[in-house]
Design a protein around this ligand. Structure first.
Ligand SMILES: [Zn+2]
Length: 417
């Protein structure tokens, strides 16, 4: 209800002209979620199925990540420019990207002596770190930075067409797209899904988008020049909601240790009028606020719990923390469990080719979460199983294979004849 109210208000303002930019929120994550179906949203942070899975996980031994273990996530930056030379305009300098990695590590480790440190008793070290990928998807040495001419000046907040320019496999990399976002938009992230039946097909679009003016110690932004847009958006990518729950005092971010708050504020200090009756003052230094970069330096314990739960339990994140770190990249990567082979000229038909021996469970879902097939196969290396989707609607489907204690998801596309 609250969202509809603000939407209506935004439209009224837009009709008077000139004021629309003021109504645009800097973060487009909630806007991107609104584009999904209600069934998909159930399985995302804030949705009933996601929050229930997380609550159940909290009471079950073994569903949590081991505390005290640092999980390290490989990052690839796709700098989508418009033909500018490196270091100018949208084609931002490598120094900004290196700084961004450093800032993420300071903030997610609450590192003493940096801007990411805090002494708030509710504050916590997330034990999550990030590094520039050192291999491309084919296994060749790489800097973790792609520079691509997207043939456009600006891109629209919460519109995933930017990601058509390039993306790397989202089960092996945290994809960052850096581009010039229209208006006052700073970025947006895709949420993790709790279970596969509700998995919005994220391969190709999963990751974080950041306005090129808000990366690292930006020299072009006055308020967003400490790299905290990325800290905020990666928080969403790991399952965090805005601290005000995208609503008023009745909304929640599902964290007990972040006080509810009556909406957001774009500056700090946050006025006491945003406090909710009988509740502590708003936590203005939380990374999931909209306050300027210098005003934030806290993840709470409950927020850290959510992020580590996501990293260890959600199907579209679990593979990321186990990627071989750069220092040991001479070790062979785990071989994919299976390959998808499309059959030329036969729309909707493909084969699944196994790489390993062992009993495998194969589950197929549609993009809107409908459950289409669930079968078990005693597989041999090289064995192929044929599928025909031509009686189903054209579009994207997800194929999940569980075998030998591992789980992998691939996207399959059912094209129009
Ligand atoms: Zn946000």
């Amino acid at each position: 209800m609250k969202f509809q109210y603000w939407l209506a208000l935004g439209l009224v303002w837009a009709c008077f002209g000139g004021l629309q930019a003021q109504t645009q929120e800097p973060c487009g994550t909630a806007l991107a979620v609104q584009k999904l179906t209600p069934e998909q949203r159930r399985f995302l942070p804030g949705g009933q199925a996601f929050e229930q899975a997380l609550r159940v996980g909290a009471t079950q031994h073994g569903s949590l990540c081991d505390s005290g273990i640092v999980y390290r996530i490989p990052v690839v930056f796709h700098v989508v420019h418009n033909g500018e030379p490196i270091g100018t305009g949208d084609n931002i300098a490598e120094a900004r990207l290196q700084e961004q990695i450093d800032i993420l590590n300071q903030d997610y480790r609450r590192r003493p002596g940096t801007l990411g440190f805090n002494t708030d008793p509710r504050g916590a070290d997330a034990w999550i770190e990030f590094y520039l990928a050192c291999r491309d998807p084919q296994g060749n040495p790489h800097t973790g930075i792609n520079r691509i001419n997207g043939q456009r000046d600006t891109w629209v907040l919460a519109d995933n067409s930017l990601k058509d320019v390039i993306s790397w496999p989202t089960d092996r990399y945290l994809n960052f797209w850096v581009a010039d976002i229209e208006g006052s938009g700073l970025g947006w992230a895709t949420f993790p899904a709790s279970t596969l039946p509700g998995l919005p097909i994220t391969q190709g679009t999963d990751g974080v988008v950041i306005d090129r003016g808000a990366v690292g110690y930006s020299t072009t932004s006055r308020l967003y020049n400490k790299g905290r847009t990325a800290t905020h958006e990666v928080g969403h990518w790991l399952g965090l909601l805005h601290i005000w729950g995208d609503g008023d005092c009745s909304a929640t971010d599902f964290c007990e240790d972040t006080p509810p708050q009556n909406g957001y504020f774009l500056q700090c200090p946050i006025p006491s009028a945003l406090a909710c009756p009988g509740e502590p003052a708003p936590m203005q230094r939380n990374y999931l606020q909209y306050t300027p970069d210098t005003c934030m330096n806290i993840f709470t314990r409950d927020q850290v719990y959510r992020m580590r739960y996501v990293l260890c339990n959600t199907p579209d994140r679990v593979t990321l923390r186990n990627q071989a770190p750069c220092t040991t990249h001479t070790q062979p990567q785990a071989r994919p469990l299976f390959q998808i082979l499309y059959l030329p000229g036969l729309a909707g038909q493909f084969r699944l080719a196994f790489a390993e021996a062992g009993r495998a469970r194969i589950v197929l879902y549609s993009a809107d979460g409908k459950y289409l097939l669930d079968q078990t196969v005693d597989a041999d290396p090289g064995q192929q199983v044929s599928y025909n989707l031509s009686t189903f609607a054209p579009g994207t489907y997800a194929l999940l294979v569980t075998q030998n204690g591992r789980q992998e998801v691939r996207r399959v596309v059912n094209r129009v004849r």
